[in-house]
Design a protein around this ligand. Structure first.
Ligand SMILES: [Zn+2]
Ligand SMILES: [Zn+2]
Length: 58
């Protein structure tokens, strides 16, 4: 099973190529934000709280 590549919901590019301004979709923090499965960025606290996974964790 090939892994599904996460893509930014705004520019439809993977995280490496996304040049959007990245901030958490829940709390608007810009600390340690990462792309998650739903194509939005979330900070480390919100990812842990909501169980969102980054590409590497999926
Ligand atoms: Zn983007
Ligand atoms: Zn957050």
């Amino acid at each position: 099973m090939p892994k599904k590549e996460f893509k930014c919901i705004v520019c439809e590019k993977p995280e490496d190529h996304c040049t959007c301004i990245k901030y958490c979709g829940l709390c608007q923090s810009d600390f340690s934000v990462r792309l998650t499965e739903d194509g939005q960025y979330y900070c480390v606290d919100c990812r842990e709280a909501c169980g969102y996974k980054t590409q590497e964790q999926a």
